[in-house]
Design a binder for this molecule. Sequence first.
Ligand code: HEC
Length: 165
Amino acid sequence: MNSIKHAVFVLLSISIFAGLPVAAQETTADHYELKLSPRLMELLRAEMKAIVVGVQYLPVGIAAAEWHKVAKTGEQISASYILEQKLTPAMRTELDTALPGHFKRLDMEFHHEAKKLQSAAMNHNAQLAAFHYYRLIEACTECHAAFAVAKFPGFAAPARAEHRH
Ligand code: HEC
């Protein structure tokens, strides 16, 4: 038993510490401007608009226990992953190189959250569905605060804005 726990601990430590330098390096700047070609930017914005439709429905659907529709919406959101769309090889290369690792991680976490919401809905678990909805919105704010401050200037901290004067 103990040796299994130990092995799990070691594995976890390795994965946590292996991830640390990269994450720290990429999060030192508190926001980052994405440099994508107009084509890819358009794709990203289209993905956002598609997400918004589902996200607006979800609280109502969860509150009304419309599990089938909530699950389907969660599935659609998780399937709208920009990195998994049909892209030309050139676009794929551009995405791979232009998107910072931190962005890709946030995007992946966001889509995982949508999947978890889907399975909570399939289990008719209202509390868990509400929780994953909250996590989903948190993921929007996390990514926008890091990568879309130009689009959403409200993410600039009030304290810091005062210091600028
Ligand atoms: C992994 C990063 C990421 C996540 C997660 C994310 N967004 Fe975005 N979103 C962006 C970026 C970057 C832009 C800015 C694009 C630009 O500069 O116009 C954006 C722009 C938008 C826009 C404006 C689109 C337009 O037409 O210009 C909306 C609306 C939006 N996001 C909604 C959401 C919502 C709602 C969620 C969560 C449910 C979400 N986003 C999650 C990165 C993200």
